[in-house]
Each structure stands twice: as structure tokens, then as C-alpha cells.
Write a protein that binds this ligand. Structure first.
Ligand code: UD1
Ligand code: MG
Length: 467
């Protein structure tokens, strides 16, 4: 039977405490790059579900320890994943028991730990396909670990295979390097007679799912241990060191994908890119750039050194000079910002606009061809096209209670050091004199002068004895 004609459900186990991580957050929500550990396996499964091979059709996640937080994460990011509660975490076998109502309706059940973020879609669909074609009752992935400590060892004796957990293993068994990846697929009709036969008479007093393997073989079932040559994909995350190693491996994998697709990086070793970032070809990333969240970088764009972008769109030929902290904002075609700029909270730089040195722009639009070149704070403002904002300009948007808007029209000239006390409007072609405090609207085409008139006191220095 082909994989696509069977109904296969994936059950991700994510209820464990993650005791060895020594963290308050549940292990599966600890960040790897900018996404939780659990994101990676769910992303792989989502791609399996969407692929034409159709190797997985349904998805459930077992939650338990700090389960509300995990459930909340699933609800807002993975609506296709059904949370199933394991109120007491009595082991991986117990986690599969509590999900029985859900999986009995399926043909095959894929069981995956929530803490294997490096697993690829190719390995997973390969396992499902091989399992279904071979007609096995259970297939699981094993690999040779360079450091097997913590893993269940695969013990092969003639035709018998069993898995012995690290804490239960004899010295001789501990020396074995073939280990269980924790990734299994079962024919549900073959799993059902065994799942409640598990006991917890072992070093951890837990119901171990891997004990099913030996049980099935003893009952005459067919179990395939698929030995993978690629250790890197199956590394579990149980300690902070393993978390850091997984982040390094994922980071390299992401960089490689972009480099192969035509993104240029002068120093890839210093560049960090999150898994959700999309980058077109013909893009240059200078050393020490970080791209996070749902950032999108279009063709011809350039990101200068020491810039951190999160949920940012850089349209074609947009340029971030260097030292920029940009978030949740859009930079349209040919716009240029930096160095030393902060842009945040839904700001938009329209085509060919400029944002310069020591500038902060928050929740504002800088119109087509307009410039905010030096030392300015622009918050809650709409700036039209071809307008120049002089150095030192501030939109005084906060009155201590609420944020107020400023609008500045097209072709305006805002003189240096203008304080725009919001709410306030400057009409098209409006000018403000340098050093003005603008508290009233400036009509179209007018020059607003809002400063004390200069007075020169002749001979003052001599009289004051300064000379
Ligand atoms: C498990 C396997 C081990 C394998 C290793 C691979 C068992 C007993 N051992 O060990 O053979 O080599 O994975 O990485 O299965 N979980 C629950 N409910 C529970 C207990 C655990 O949902 O009651 C979840 C955890 O959140 C985790 C996954 O199951 O995502 C695996 O649990 P973990 O404690 O990491 O098992 P390992 O000791 O790594
Ligand atoms: Mg583990």
C-alpha cells in the first residue's frame, strides 16, 4: 500500500519536564535561534502534511508540564495541532496511552519527541514510506552516536532487538553506540494490544515507550530498526549544552541554504538568520548581521554590519547602511537608512526616502523621497513626499497620558531643532524656522517662526569684565 492511501497521524511528545535543562520554561519552549525547540519538529511535520507525497495527515501534541503555555503557543501558531493532555508525566509510553482515543482511528501512528529540532522532512517521509511498503508493525530510526550517554541503547541479539535506557543499562550495554532516536511509526492495530502491557519497573519508574519494541518482536511482530548514517539529525535536547549545539547546527544549515540560493555574505560565521526569514538572490549581507522573525529581504537589498532586523520587509534595492535596529517596519524600493538608526512599530519608509544618523522613527510614515537625515525623533507621524526634516527635529508626541499625531505635508522644510508639539499639522510646502517650538498648525505654504527674537547687547563682554 502506498503512504498516501493510509491515514497516518503524528503524535509529538511535549509534556516532559525537561529536568536536565534546569529552566522555568518547559523544555520544548526554550528558544533555539528565535523559535522554540518545538517549532522545528512542527515545521517539518507541516511540510510533510503539505507535500504531494502526503506522508502525514493528522497532528497532535501531548502537553503536560506547564501545558497551558505550550497549548497557548500551539493555538496561536499551529492550529492544525491538536493538544492532548497528559496530566501526570509518567513516561513516553504513558504519553502514548493517554492519546489512545485519538490514534485508534488512524492506520499508522508516528511518534516523535518534541526535542529533536534537526530532523528533516526527507528522513521522516523516508521512514513512513519504508514502513508502509515493508508492512512492518513498527519501524524506528536508530543511529550511531559519538556520545551515546543519555540515549536508549539498541541491543541486538540475533533477531531480537530491545532498547535499554541509559539509566538501566549495564556497563557492557552502555558501551554500545547504536541508539534509539525516539522516532517511531506503528501500525495502530499492532500497537493497541501492547500499549497497556508496559510496566514501570525500571530505574526511572516510568512507562517507557521503547519497551514496546522487544514486546512486539517476542509476540512475533515485525520491527524494523532503520539505522541512519546521519547522527546530526537526531540529536535530542536534554541539556543546555545540547541546546547550544542544536542552535549552532541549525544556524549553519540555514546559512548554507541561503548561500546556496544566491545570498552573498562576507563573513557567514558572524551572520545569524532565523528559520522564518526569506531572502531573495542578489542580496549582500555584511559581517555581523542578524535577521529574525518574518523578515523578508528582496532582490538587490543590502544589509550593513551590526544591523538587527526583526519582522522587517526590505524591498528591492533598499539599503541598511550599518548599525541599525529595525523591527516590524517596511522599507520600500530604493530607500536607505542608517548608520545608527532605530525604526520600529509599523514604520514605513516609502520609495527613495532616507533615514540617517542617530534617528529614531516609530509608528510613522516617511514619504516618497523624503529625508530624516540626522538626529531626530519621529513618532506617530505622517510625512508626505519630498520633505526634508532638519537635524534635531522632534515630534513631541507624548503629553504624559497619550500619544498624539503629527502630520507634515509634501515638499515641506522643517528647520533644524524644530519641536513639533503634537497634535499638530504642517500643510504642503510649509516651512518652520530653525529652533521653533510649533504648537499650532502651519498652513499650506507658510513659514512658521516659533522662537524668541534674537537681541544683541552691544559691549556686554567689556561691561561684565570678561575682556
Ligand atoms: C528518549 C527515549 C530514548 C531515546 C531518546 C532520544 C524513552 C524512555 N527514552 O529518552 O530511548 O534514545 O528519547 O532522544 O522514551 N515526554 C512526555 N511525557 C512524559 C515523558 C516525556 O511527553 O511523561 C516527552 C518529553 O517532553 C520529550 C520526549 O517525550 O519531548 C522524550 O522525553 P525525554 O525525557 O527527552 O526522553 P529521553 O531521556 O531523551
Ligand atoms: Mg530527550
Amino acid at each position: 500500500m502506498s503512504a498516501s492511501r493510509c491515514v497516518t497521524g503524528a503524535l509529538v511528545l511535549a509534556a516532559g519536564k525537561g529536568t536536565r535543562m534546569k529552566s522555568d520554561l518547559p523544555k520544548v519552549l526554550l528558544p533555539v535561534l528565535d523559535q522554540p525547540v518545538l517549532y522545528y519538529i512542527l515545521d517539518t511535520l507541516r511540510r510533510c502534511m503539505a507535500s504531494s507525497k502526503g506522508c502525514v495527515q493528522q497532528l497532535a501534541v501531548v502537553v503536560g508540564h506547564r501545558g497551558e503555555t505550550v497549548q497557548e503557543y500551539l493555538g496561536s501558531n499551529w492550529p492544525e495541532a491538536l493538544p492532548l493532555w497528559q496530566h501526570e508525566q509518567l513516561g513516553t509510553g504513558h504519553a502514548v496511552q493517554i492519546a489512545k482515543e485519538w490514534w485508534t482511528g488512524l492506520d499508522h501512528l508516528l511518534v516523535l519527541p518534541g526535542d529533536v529540532p534537526l530532523l528533516t522532512e526527507a528522513s521522516l517521509s523516508g521512514l513512513v514510506e519504508e514502513h508502509i511498503v515493508s508492512g512492518a508493525d513498527c519501524s524506528f530510526i536508530s543511529f550511531h552516536a559519538s556520545d551515546s550517554s543519555g540515549y536508549g541503547r539498541v541491543v541486538r541479539e540475533g533477531k531480537e532487538i530491545s532498547i535499554v535506557e541509559d539509566k538501566d543499562a549495564s556497563e557492557a550495554q552502555k558501551a554500545l553506540t547504536e541508539v534509539n532516536s525516539g522516532i517511531y511509526i506503528f501500525k495502530t492495530s499492532s500497537l493497541l494490544p501492547h500499549i497497556y502491557r508496559l510496566d514501570n519497573e525500571n530505574a526511572q519508574g516510568e512507562y517507557y515507550l521503547p519497551d514496546i519494541i522487544a514486546m512486539m518482536i517476542r509476540a512475533g511482530g515485525k520491527v524494523t530498526a532503520s539505522l541512519s548514517p546521519d547522527e546530526g539529525e537526531f540529536a535530542g535536547i536534554n541539556t543546555p549544552l545540547q541546546l547550544a549545539d542544536a542552535a549552532t547546527a541549525l544556524r549553519r544549515r540555514i546559512l548554507r541554504r541561503h548561500l546556496l540560493a544566491g545570498v552573498r555574505m562576507q563573513d557567514p560565521d558572524s551572520v545569524w538568520i532565523g528559520p522564518e526569514v526569506v531572502i531573495a538572490d542578489n542580496v549582500l549581507l555584511e559581517p555581523s548581521v542578524q535577521l529574525w522573525g518574518k523578515t523578508e529581504v528582496e532582490r538587490g537589498a543590502h544589509v550593513g554590519s551590526f544591523s538587527i532586523l526583526r519582522n522587517v520587509v526590505l524591498e528591492e534595492d533598499a539599503c541598511v547602511v550599518s548599525h541599525a535596529v529595525l523591527s516590524d517596519s517596511v522599507f520600500r524600493k530604493g530607500s536607505q537608512v542608517g548608520p545608527f538608526i532605530v525604526v520600529r512599530d509599523g514604520a514605513v519608509f516609502e520609495e527613495d526616502s532616507r533615514g540617517g544618523k542617530f534617528v529614531e522613527v516609530k509608528k510613522s510614515r516617511v514619504g516618497k523621497g523624503s529625508k530624516v537625515p540626522h538626529l531626530a525623533y519621529i513618532g506617530d507621524a505622517e510625512i508626505g513626499a519630498e520633505t526634508n526634516i532638519g537635524a534635531g527635529t522632534i515630534t513631541c508626541n507624548y503629553d504624559g497620558k497619550k500619544k498624539n499625531p503629527t502630520t507634515i505635508g509634501n515638499r515641506c522644510f522643517i528647520g533644524s531643532d524644530t519641536m513639533l508639539v503634537a497634535p499638530v499639522n504642517v500643510g504642503d510646502d510649509g516651512f518652520t524656522a530653525a529652533g521653533s517650538v510649533i504648537t499650532q498648525d502651519v498652513p499650506e505654504g507658510a513659514l512658521a517662526v516659533g522662537r524668541a527674537k534674537q537681541r544683541n547687547i552691544e559691549g556686554w563682554a567689556k561691561r561684565a569684565g570678561k575682556k
